[in-house]
Design a protein around this ligand. Structure first.
Ligand SMILES: Nc1nc2c(c(=O)[nH]1)N[C@H]1C(S)=C(S)[C@@H](COP(=O)(O)OP(=O)(O)OC[C@H]3O[C@@H](n4cnc5c(=O)[nH]c(N)nc54)[C@H](O)[C@@H]3O)O[C@H]1N2
Ligand SMILES: Nc1nc2c(c(=O)[nH]1)N[C@H]1C(S)=C(S)[C@@H](COP(=O)(O)OP(=O)(O)OC[C@H]3O[C@@H](n4cnc5c(=O)[nH]c(N)nc54)[C@H](O)[C@@H]3O)O[C@H]1N2
Ligand code: SF4
Ligand SMILES: [Mo]
Length: 694
């Protein structure tokens, strides 16, 4: 389509229009969308060809966006529970009745113990308005418990903060110019498609691509080399690389002297990690480690794309810290196509204080509960050190019954008859089934929002393309409505979605440009650390972190073995990881028929040797279990799995699985070394063939 035909049409749209938007999903790419609207109906969602990173291309999931938005199972009205908890029996009610009842219930709890109320949200939409504005104001004013939003990225984030000084790194577009790219803990084709397109450009120009992943992913298939290490052993590999860089003098001494802190200590630590030691721990050939070190030490510019796959184990924070030291050792940061990228989100000048208004909180700051441990916390009684029992839960932008670890406990918690639960949703998810009230929320096609990204450095504006479907209201609208019912009279509770969009970046981003172009690129240097300038306390890349040492932690990165270390429990000999399925986004899209048809059914990938040892044939129904629980799925006997490691691709809706459960029945609530994050991929199990197919 000719770019000139893209109108900046205010809603409601005329007969035919093309409306600029942004993909709301928890994906590094934050694509720019163009929605075609005909007679008020969205007929097509495409990538904006004018946005350089999107380049007119969307993933399969969001290309199907109209199917999701107009899904026959969309929730169209508020619903009130009519049967036992979890039975999924609801009756439609009016907004007035629902809001009045919810406000009255929350008010009566807040009068006694406001901390007994807990918000639970994550990144169902990453929009700053629908994800972290009016909702936060509401709960701050209420004095509710605060939620530690750790379920995804906080171990890696903390590691970046302690090493580089923040969530920042290379500009993604310059990966196209790299000569060597390590794709480390990332199935980029599935989860970071637009980075992968830059990596392909580099490959065409002669770059070498190395994938470091326990699973032989579709990304590994397309790289020159695959290092198929054991889960949770990345720090050992990174330390052995350092050992080789030191032994072979593949270092940049000037860069190290001028721009790093703690070199002598790190050197001593790394010299304890000869490749033979790491090879043993990682379960990879020693020659592969030596070759990787040589490639990394002798190729410039060399770039590392980490993703979050490597930090979902006990030592995940240390692993990210170890990897983040590498580009400073070789001076890779001197080049704009060298260095590393895990997340770019720390570079956006978001005015969170203005959006979220923490100043509305009561004088005594309410407690904080970790979203990873919602299973335990819902089952906890009032106790010293914990505070009041959780009596009310307001869930939005998240599906914890499916995605939180140790779901047996999560389900028991949500099933408490004395728990008052409100869920803002598009669909009857596993979580919505346990609600007392379900409130219909708008989708990205129906509301306004503004977005940062964690895989590039552009701000995007999302305009509503169509009127809300049914009686849906935006999250911000719902919290405005609740605030009014609760008698919150502060003027900030009257801010419209449009006003919130403008407040998100204030003067730091040209809002007029967002309106006309749909996106605005942050003005940032091409090579962020070519001359140091790390935003750490020392201004240097901190190999040694005095801040970690002050907390009684190791100041240097180290390899920390998994909580559930293979070989330590004879009953559960297999290590399980549960990475994302390509056609779902966490648990979103599982109910979109065309995408579920591609994924087929919940599967567990097993190496042929592990399957044979258990008499399991390809396609057989298996039971995956440990002391926490069990779930059933179909075995896929495949060399995508490493021997001894099984891959339970996630995250299915429980009710669309084989036996009403999913992979999180067996994952644990244990936390990482840094960042209080989950350890989904630090999980031992056993697998057996099911006698009777489900
Ligand atoms: N299609 C799709 N895209 C997604 C998502 C999705 O569910 N589906 N999820 C989105 C979200 S929420 C996030 S946080 C991002 C990033 O999500 P990530 O969790 O980073 O997901 P992946 O890019 O699939 O990469 C994880 C890779 O790490 C591997 N891995 C597992 N354990 C280890 C380990 O110990 N070491 C190493 N080196 N690798 C390991 C897995 O096999 C997998 O291939 O992706 C986002 N994009
Ligand atoms: N075993 C295992 N478990 C995992 C992971 C794994 O790799 N393995 N990955 C983890 C990771 S990285 C993450 S980030 C979490 C993700 O967990 P969640 O953040 O819970 O993500 P989703 O499962 O995508 O659920 C998001 C929900 O938000 C809803 N939603 C979307 N937009 C809106 C909106 O505008 N308003 C409202 N009210 N609702 C909306 C969607 O319909 C969807 O049901 O899961 C984690 N769980
Ligand atoms: S999920 Fe990711 S790749 Fe797909 S459209 Fe959204 S931002 Fe782009
Ligand atoms: Mo995530």
């Amino acid at each position: 389509m000719p770019p000139s035909s893209i109108a900046n049409t205010p809603q409601p749209a005329p007969i035919q229009a093309q409306v600029r938007g942004a993909c709301p999903h928890d994906c590094p790419d934050t694509c720019a969308l163009i929605t075609t609207v005909e007679n008020g109906v969205a007929t097509r969602v495409q990538g904006n060809p004018e946005h350089p990173h999107t380049d007119g291309v969307l993933c399969a999931k969001v290309s199907k966006y109209t199917e999701r938005s107009y899904h026959p199972e969309r929730i169209l009205t508020p619903l009130k529970r009519t049967g036992p908890k979890g039975s999924g029996q609801f009756a439609p009610v009016g907004w007035d009745e629902a809001l009045a009842d919810i406000a009255q219930r929350l008010q009566s709890i807040a009068a006694r113990a406001p901390e007994a109320i807990l918000p639970y949200s994550y990144a169902g939409t990453m929009g700053l308005v629908q994800g972290e504005s009016m909702d936060r104001r509401f709960f701050h004013r209420l004095g509710a418990s605060q939620l530690d939003r750790t379920i995804c990225a906080s171990a890696g984030a903390e590691a970046l903060v302690q090493t580089l000084g923040g969530k920042l790194g290379m500009k993604v577009e310059f990966f196209a110019e790299s000569r060597l790219i390590l794709i480390w803990g990332s199935n980029s084709i599935g989860s970071n498609l637009h980075f992968w397109r830059y990596a392909q450009q580099a490959k065409r120009n002669g770059a070498r691509l190395v994938c470091i992943d326990p699973r032989k992913t579709e990304t590994a298939d397309k790289c020159h080399e695959h290092i198929q290490l054991r889960p949770g052993t990345d720090a050992a590999l990174a330390l052995a690389l350092m050992h080789e860089l030191i032994q072979n003098d593949w270092l940049d001494p000037d860069y190290i002297t001028q721009y790093t802190l703690g070199w002598e200590q790190l050197r001593e630590r790394a010299l304890q990690w000869p490749p033979e030691r790491a090879a043993e721990i990682c379960g990879v050939p020693v020659e592969q480690i030596r070759q990787l070190a040589k490639d990394y030490g002798t190729t410039q510019p060399a770039a590392i794309r980490l993703n979050y796959g490597m930090q979902r184990v006990r030592g995940g924070g240390n692993a990210v810290r170890a990897v983040a030291c590498l580009p400073a050792l070789t001076g890779a940061w001197r080049h704009r196509a060298g260095g590393m990228l895990l997340s770019s989100s720390g570079q956006f000048p978001v005015q969170r204080g203005v959006l979220q208004r923490p100043d509305l909180m009561p004088e005594r700051t309410p407690r904080t509960l970790n979203m990873v441990q919602i299973g335990d916390d819902l089952l906890r009684d009032t106790a010293p050190g914990f505070g009041p029992r959780v009596e009310a839960l307001v869930v939005y932008n998240s599906n914890p019954v499916a995605v939180a670890p140790e779901s047996g406990k999560v389900v028991r918690g949500f099933a408490r008859e004395d728990l008052f639960t409100v869920v803002l949703e598009h669909f009857r998810t596993d979580t919505a089934d346990y609600a007392d009230y379900i409130l219909p929320a708008t989708t990205q096609l129906e509301h306004r929002d503004v977005h940062l990204a964690y895989g590039h450095t552009d701000v995007l504006l999302n305009r509503p393309a169509i009127a809300p479907v049914g009686q849906a209201r935006s999250n911000a609208q719902i919290f405005r409505d609740l605030a009014a019912r609760m008698g919150f009279t502060e003027p900030c509770f009257a801010d419209s979605d449009e006003a919130l969009c403008r407040q998100a970046f204030g003067d730091a981003v040209d809002y007029a440009l967002l309106e006309t172009q749909g996106f605005a690129t942050l003005a940032l240097p091409d090579a962020p650390f070519s001359e140091g300038g790390f935003p750490t306390p020392s201004g240097k890349c901190e190999f040694f972190s005095a801040r970690l040492a002050a907390q009684g932690l190791d100041g240097l990165p180290d390899h920390l073995p998994n909580h559930e270390l293979q070989g330590t429990d004879a009953r559960y000999p297999l290590a399980m990881i549960s990475p994302p399925a390509r056609n779902f986004l966490n648990s979103t899209f599982v109910n979109v028929q065309s995408l579920r048809a591609i994924e087929g059914r919940p599967v567990l990938e097993m190496h042929p040797d592990d399957a044979a040892a258990r008499g399991i044939a390809d396609g057989a129904v298996v039971r995956v279990f440990n002391d926490r629980g069990s779930y059933q799925c179909h075995a896929t006997v495949s060399r995508r799995a490493r021997p001894g490691v099984v891959n339970g691709l996630g995250v299915w809706w429980r009710k669309l699985g084989l036996d009403g459960t999913n992979v999180n029945e067996v994952t644990s609530q244990a936390l990482t070394d840094l960042g209080r994050a989950p350890t989904f991929y630090d999980c031992l199990v056993e697998v057996e063939a099911c006698a009777v197919p489900a």
